[in-house]
Design a protein around this ligand. Structure first.
Ligand code: MCN
Ligand code: CUN
Length: 799
């Protein structure tokens, strides 16, 4: 459904594109739709070798010995590398993004199934994989810890005995909010509802798996790394710190990326191994993982065991919320998130509601499972937070016998409360929540749906209506509060307008499918009046872009989008001075105008007299004498340190039909009202929302990375780990409200993760609403037919 009509006031370029915000086809589609994208696996370098990783069959085992003789003797093999080889280079362990360490290749023990054990470089990947079969590893299997609760038992096997003196599997305790005040509010509450729930382990599963082509040039000493990468500059700094290579001798290139979804934020052992392989062989080396390796060994998401309690008055005024979380981080704490926040932004868990007190406590534990933790369009764990609060509000509605929409309307923050400081310390910038929920209810025809549901129930048919409302905080920093491994979360941006009036914008962030080459050109178009087709966006190459922290946590638009606006505004200001000099008037006498001919400084009251940006660009590079202190050329650069996060929000309604005989869920309708401030390109925003809604349907109904009791991963292919298709997803019905961010120069808020964050609770609330006649209060995701059917029989499965 089309929601945003193009503003008729936006002039069009000769190519028919808006000179500013509005719908336009993505520039990158010209190459993607013709199969002309250039991904890491497309990189071919002269003399390039290929490689493969031997992985552990056990979840937990001591390595007694590794014999690589036969593998090394296989014709076509150039190097066989083990943990011992790496230990000699001081590279057997690497730092994670959460100040832990992770084995690049195991030296002492393996700690999760499919952990990296040995690495072979050969003429081709096929030879390398054949050689893996010839490596003999003598393992001594150890008992595995799969269950996060069991991990804390005093007699649980200690997973991380690589750390001297460690006697348990506990990683951290972290809390936010006011425990005493929350206890007081709960003591005084008329109604309290408590529920245990699991946000299961899921995986981002991007279309392209992870990989690297590394080349350490033996002559120049320059390391060039092509990699699947959401944060090239941060990776460069980490390589420099870990490998001791001077940072200017490292170039990270992230070419086209086939989806990231958080999977490509961190550094994986395979990336480091490709670099080592190139150093050892003196040749370029490619490493590309396969689908199972991606699903079983790279960043998972969620795995949050949560016990929530909500307090309210009898008439439905929510007063308090608290939650205890056990966070399963797998074998190494490799979560990618701002350093100060070991539970990410989970403490935004009071969501969109006005309440008196809140408290959350999160404990992290090690288990014998793959590391990771923050990934899959999560907004740094806001996914888990929104799920918790939206399930709790629905459970409260059930307890109070109140309509869940009315309960939400009664408790949503009101517009006059913004900027709003939450009970756990967030400062929400702007919001008009009731308007968004009312719009979603109007699009859904909410009252009619409830009538239909009542009629169906009377006939024994199961229909559910599920609501969720979410608030996210996206756009990390400011850098004084947020850093990754000490790197403050601010981003640079450079803009050069060439003499003939076309421009190049250099960004620190890296697109993985979000359409940055289009939307950032539109930001420059909006601010400078250049046609977007005349603005080339350059990203994903550390030698050619300014430093910044990269694309995740929906931070690009809030941070680099602001940087792009400001850099363009600086050029506009300078252009004014140049135009004034050329027109021999005072700069104050000029006014800015964008027409179909582009942006123009013209004399107030005499629009005939003026200069377009293109003309000014040539003048600024020419012989015109500029005022004292004004440099020539139309170039500028900025570093943007955001004053606060931006807070997008939305109201979602999901309508499901459940087959009473089989438990099969059909998502019949999905209504999504999103507010991310003004939309640069409404078509791209809708695409982001569509994708995120599919993610949410997938997680709610079909996805789970599962393990057996020995720690064997039993969901390592797309046969078991299901991705939703058009068959499982309805035709989405989208709506929009626009509440600008007061601190972003263009009012923009991020949107890339909104729908993934907001939709799972809507689907789950809907299914549980459908099967409410069976007295089911709660069942954990994924709500597979079997799980729903068991819940209807009174015994929901525990995942
Ligand atoms: N946009 C807009 N108007 C706004 C806000 C955003 O037009 N008010 C546009 C942006 O210009 C950008 C896109 O929407 O083209 C997403 O912007 P933003 O919300 O800033 O998110 P990022 O660009 O930082 O992308 C990251 C986000 C994350 S964290 C995940 S995870 C995710 C997501 O993007 N991964 C994706 N969406 C994805 N979409 C694709 N196709 N592939 C992924 O890997
Ligand atoms: Cu958490 S997934 Mo996105 O931030 O890259």
């Amino acid at each position: 459904m089309t929601t945003t009509a193009d503003a008729p006031s936006v002039p069009r370029s000769a190519a028919g594109n808006p000179i500013g915000f509005g719908r336009m086809p993505r520039k990158e589609d010209a190459r993607f739709l013709r199969g002309q994208g250039h991904y890491v696996d497309d990189v071919r370098m002269p003399g390039m070798l290929e490689s493969a990783i031997l992985r552990s069959p056990y979840a937990h085992a001591r390595i007694r010995s590794i014999d690589t003789t036969a593998a090394a003797a296989l014709p076509g093999v150039h190097a066989v590398i083990t943990g011992q080889t790496l230990a000699g280079l001081n590279l057997a362990w690497m730092p994670t993004l959460s100040a832990d360490v992770q084995a690049v290749l195991a030296t002492d023990k393996v700690r999760f199934q499919h952990q990296e054990v040995a690495y072979v470089v050969a003429d081709t990947e096929y030879i390398a994989r054949d050689a893996l079969e010839l490596i003999e590893v003598d393992y001594e299997p150890l008992p595995a810890v799969v269950d996060a609760k069991r991990a804390l038992d005093p007699d649980a096997p200690v997973i991380r005995d690589d750390v001297d003196g460690r006697t348990d599997n506990h990683i951290f305790d972290w809390e936010a909010g006011d425990a005493a005040e929350t206890a007081r509010v709960f003591d005084a509450a008329e109604v309290v509802v408590t529920q245990e729930m699991l946000y299961p382990r899921v995986h981002p599963a991007p279309m392209e798996t992870c990989g690297t082509v590394a080349h350490m040039d033996p002559v120049t000493g320059k390391l060039t790394v092509y990699s699947t990468n959401q944060a090239p500059h941060a990776h460069r700094t980490i390589y420099a710190l870990v490998a001791g290579i001077p940072e200017h001798k490292i170039r990270i290139i992230s070419p086209d990326i086939g989806g990231g979804f958080g999977n490509k934020v961190g550094i994986y052992p395979g990336y480091v191994l490709a670099v080592v392989g190139s150093i050892v062989t003196g040749r370029p080396v490619k490493w590309m993982e396969d689908r199972s390796e991606n699903l079983m060994a790279t960043s998972f998401a969620r795995d949050y065991h949560m016990t929530g309690s909500i307090a309210s008055t009898r008439d439905g005024k929510i007063t308090g919320l608290k939650v205890d979380v056990l966070a399963d981080h797998g074998a190494f704490n490799g979560t990618a998130q701002p350093t100060k926040f070991p539970a990410g932004f989970f403490h935004i868990f009071t969501g969109s509601y006005d309440l008196q007190a809140a408290h959350c406590k999160v404990s992290g534990v090690y288990t014998n499972k793959a590391p990771g933790g923050v990934a899959y369009a999560c907004s740094f764990r806001i996914t888990e937070a929104v799920y918790l609060v939206e399930r709790m509000v629905d459970l409260l509605a059930r307890e109070l016998d109140m309509d869940p929409a009315q309960l939400r309307l009664k408790n949503l923050l009101r517009p006059e409360q913004f900027p709003y400081t939450s009970k756990t310390g967030w400062e929400y910038d702007s919001g008009e929540y009731p308007r968004a929920l009312k719009l979603a209810m109007q699009i859904a025809g909410y009252d009619e749906l409830r009538k239909e549901q009542a009629e169906k129930r009377a006939r024994g048919e199961l229909m559910g209506i599920g609501i969720s409302f979410f608030t996210e905080g996206v756009g990390a920093g400011p850098k004084k509060h947020m850093d990754i491994l000490g790197l403050g979360m601010a981003d640079g941006c450079e803009l050069r307008v060439h003499p003939t009036g076309t421009a190049q914008l250099r960004l620190s962030v890296q697109s993985q499918g979000q359409g940055h080459e289009t939307t950032y050109a539109q930001i420059v178009a909006q601010e400078l009046g250049l046609p977007p087709e005349d603005v080339e966006v350059i990203h994903g190459d550390t030698d050619n872009t300014p430093f910044g922290l990269g694309t995740y946590g929906s931070r690009s638009t809030p941070v680099s989008g602001a940087a792009a606006a400001i850099v363009a505004q600086r050029i506009r200001t300078k252009a004014r001075i140049v135009a004034a000099a050329a027109l021999e008037v005072s700069a104050d006498d000029l006014e800015w105008q964008i027409t179909a001919a582009g942006g123009r400084w013209q004399v107030k009251g005499d629009p005939e007299q003026g200069k377009t940006i293109a003309e000014i660009a040539m003048l600024s590079h020419g012989t015109l004498e500029l005022p004292e202190g004004v440099e020539g050329h139309l170039d500028a650069s900025v570093v943007y340190d955001p004053p606060n996060l931006t807070y997008p929000f939305g109201a979602y309604i999901c309508v499901t039909d459940v087959d009473p005989g089989t438990g099969q869920v059909k998502v019949r309708r999905f209504i999504a009202v999103d507010d991310c401030g003004p939309r640069i390109n409404p078509m791209i925003v809708e695409g982001q929302v569509h994708g995120g809604l599919a993610d949410g349907i997938g997680m709610a109904l079909m996805q789970l990375i599962a393990f057996d009791a020995d720690g064997n991963c039993v969901g390592g292919s797309f046969m078991d780990y299901l991705l939703p298709t058009a068959l499982e997803c309805p035709s989405y019905e989208l709506g929009e409200t626009v509440t600008p961010s007061p601190h972003h120069p263009l009012g923009l808020k991020g949107v890339g993760e909104s729908a993934t964050v907001g939709s799972p609770p809507a689907v789950v609330n809907s299914v549980l609403d459908a099967i409410a006649p069976f007295g089911v209060r709660h069942a954990d995701m994924p709500l597979t037919p079997a799980n729903v059917w068991m819940a209807m029989q009174g015994t929901p499965m525990r995942t």
